[in-house]
Design a protein around this ligand. Structure first.
Ligand code: GCU
Length: 611
């Protein structure tokens, strides 16, 4: 047990953080949660901002109240006496004085197991912005980096009857982080998704990935990994879909891996029109005795490209979308399930079948509810604008966030596109970095499409990002009519480019404010101008055959420290709907009509395997 030698140590030691940089908690430590016994640690936690990082400097987490001569140490913290804050939640909205706080903050709570555990216990966080250092009963367990993906730590050997859990969350923006220091959204801080204890047997199913790989035969590929501390013998896995009376058993390899091919024959394919999901079970047996079992609710479908088309279940589909940040006025990034459903209803009112979740992984609730409601998703990691592309630490962070996202959402039918970045200036370092991410995504998941939101070549007026050769779908951000008023350039780009792959216009749009209740004037940034820009944009899209989807920027106005204009007041006001979600701007109707026409021209795309 470390001790504080004396108070001088913690004021003269500038290298204090090096004790808390390892172990790094990454994607390979994740544990499949479906159907598992859990104990929630949500609720009121003690909390304080800690601008000078004193919890780490002075090792508050030791809670050492006397020195080695037994004399009381003056204490500068009081975990149990501090105010409380709601977990999950963002500290920015907890108290007015925390709104713009950016830096380290200390969360603390006590807990005991509600039931005795006969196996292994893991601590699971949905997401902490941005770095999270975890201390349990005075011991540093590790650090997680990345503000939007889940992480899991085993705590079996550290548990006591009464436990103290401390999390130092730090949302400081840093050059080498993903995203770097400059973004166009509000970087909230805190433990803003669920925290829970996960109970698993000594030998357990660490992950299960299932996807339809052949629509004609209904073949599902299932890959699983069993976590075992020694070679695994006499073990088998049974994958079953009770509704289809399917049950297949495969032996598990000694290293705990297992790949299964299941011919599901006639199954109803998942689609936006018919979001059919099946309850699946995966059961681990050793010498015939059940050791572990997990479950999931999975929709089976295929997505691919053919020439310059996107095919869902073998049929061409146009992705009628919109961009969406993870934010509401009331909860910041800690959006609720009701707020997610509300956004889906608004999108469906605009005749959307697709959403681009900008610019980072949103909560898993989004893809779970999208599976249920039939909305297709583009999910993205925040490799956004300028990144420290030459820094191996940045690449490791980006790769890990991508790994955690794919591991979390692999079984979600609604997710059809993994995006590895947004509007990155092209350099050799950027190209190598993004190429690595595209191949990482493809290696982890050959069943989905890889994309990125690329910039237009504004010199030659072409779609010409060399990263495109590593993508299945080209995302293209352009703001003609707004940042550049010359629509002729957009016409030249669309007519003069000859992409070999389908293109999604992954961003277009304009500010839209209403100077006063009755104003319909055509002034810079007015809703009237926004409406006119949308009309012109969709007119040009309609003439471009290789455009197979559009996601205008953005469904709702949202907070950003970048937008400080007279009418922006700390918001990006390119929304089609106001930030309070109460009013649709005129451009909303432009998109609604544009998508209605596309929808009416599409036949029903419900298809059953084996036809
Ligand atoms: C960029 C960027 C968005 C940004 C938008 C804008 O394309 O991807 O994150 O908010 O443009 O200028 O509003």
């Amino acid at each position: 047990m470390e001790i504080i030698k004396n108070f001088v140590d913690n004021i003269h030691n500038d290298d204090y953080k090096s004790d808390y940089e390892f172990p790094v908690i990454q994607g390979e430590s994740m544990v499949f949660p479906g159907g598992r016994k859990k104990q929630s640690l949500n609720g009121e936690w003690n909390f304080s901002v800690d601008q000078y990082d004193n919890c780490l400097r002075a090792k508050w987490f030791l809670e050492q109240e006397t020195n080695d001569e037994g004399r009381n140490i003056p204490l500068d913290y009081g975990f149990d006496e501090w105010d409380t804050i709601k977990v999950p939640g963002v500290w920015n909205l907890a108290r007015p004085e925390y709104f713009y706080y950016e830096g380290p903050a200390v969360y603390s709570r006590r807990f005991s197991l509600e039931e005795e555990s006969k196996g292994r216990v893991f601590l699971q966080f949905g997401a902490v912005s941005y770095e999270a250092r975890i201390f349990l009963n005075g011991v540093f367990l590790g650090i997680h980096k990345g503000g939007s993906t889940p992480f899991t730590i085993e705590i079996t050997s550290r548990l006591k009857a009464e436990n103290r859990l401390i999390v130092v969350a730090d949302n400081t923006r840093r050059k080498e982080q993903i995203p770097s220091e400059n973004t166009d959204w509000f970087l909230y801080g805190g433990i803003y998704r669920d925290v829970s204890l996960l109970f698993v047997p000594d030998v357990y199913i660490k992950n299960m990935k299932a996807g339809l790989i052949n629509r004609e035969t209904g073949t599902i590929e299932v890959t699983a990994l069993i976590d075992c501390e020694k070679k695994l013998t006499d073990s088998e896995l049974t994958f079953s879909i009770p509704e289809l009376n399917i049950e297949v058993t495969f032996p598990v390899n000694e290293d705990g891996t297992c790949t299964m091919y299941v011919n599901a024959g006639k199954l109803s394919l998942w689609s936006p029109e018919s979001p059919k999901r099946y309850q699946v079970l995966l059961t681990l047996r050793k010498k015939g005795v059940v050791k572990d079992e997990v479950t999931d609710l999975i929709g089976f479908r295929t997505v691919e490209t053919k020439d310059r088309k996107i095919l869902l279940n073998g049929r061409q589909i146009f992705l009628r979308g919109a961009c969406l940040h993870e934010e509401t006025e009331e909860h910041g990034k800690a959006v609720t399930k009701d707020e997610i459903r509300e956004a889906f209803q608004r999108a469906k009112k605009m005749n959307c079948n697709f959403l681009r979740l900008a610019h980072y992984p949103h909560t898993e609730w989004v893809s779970e509810i999208a599976d249920e409601e039939g909305i297709l998703l583009w999910e993205e990691i925040p490799v956004y604008w300028w990144i420290d592309f030459s820094n191996p630490q940045a690449l490791d962070d980006a790769r890990n966030q991508l790994t955690e996202l794919i591991s979390r959402d692999f079984n979600r039918a609604s997710v059809i596109i993994w995006s590895v970045g947004n509007e990155n200036p092209d350099t050799e370092a950027r190209y190598e970095f993004m190429k690595d991410l595209a191949s990482t995504a493809r290696r982890m998941d050959p069943t989905r499409l890889i994309s990125a939101a690329c910039l237009v070549d504004t010199v030659n007026l072409r779609i010409a990002d060399r990263l495109e050769r590593h993508l299945d779908v080209i995302g293209l951000n352009e703001y003609y009519g707004w940042y550049d008023p010359d629509y002729e350039k957009l016409t030249e780009i669309l007519n003069g480019s000859h992409p070999e792959k389908p293109v999604i216009i992954s961003e277009f749009g304009a500010d839209g404010y209403q100077p006063d209740e009755n104003s319909r004037k055509y002034v810079r940034g007015s809703e009237k101008e926004q409406e006119e820009i949308y009309k012109k944009q969709v007119e040009l899209f309609g003439k471009t055959e290789y455009i197979q989807g559009t996601t205008p920027w953005i469904l709702y106005d949202y907070r950003t420290p970048k937008r400080l204009g007279a009418y922006q007041k700390g918001y990006n006001i390119k929304g089609l709907v106001t930030a309070d979600r109460k009013r649709e701007k005129p451009a909303f109707a432009v998109m609604k009509n544009y998508y209605e026409e596309i929808k009416n021209n599409e036949g029903s795309d419900r298809e059953t395997v084996g036809e």
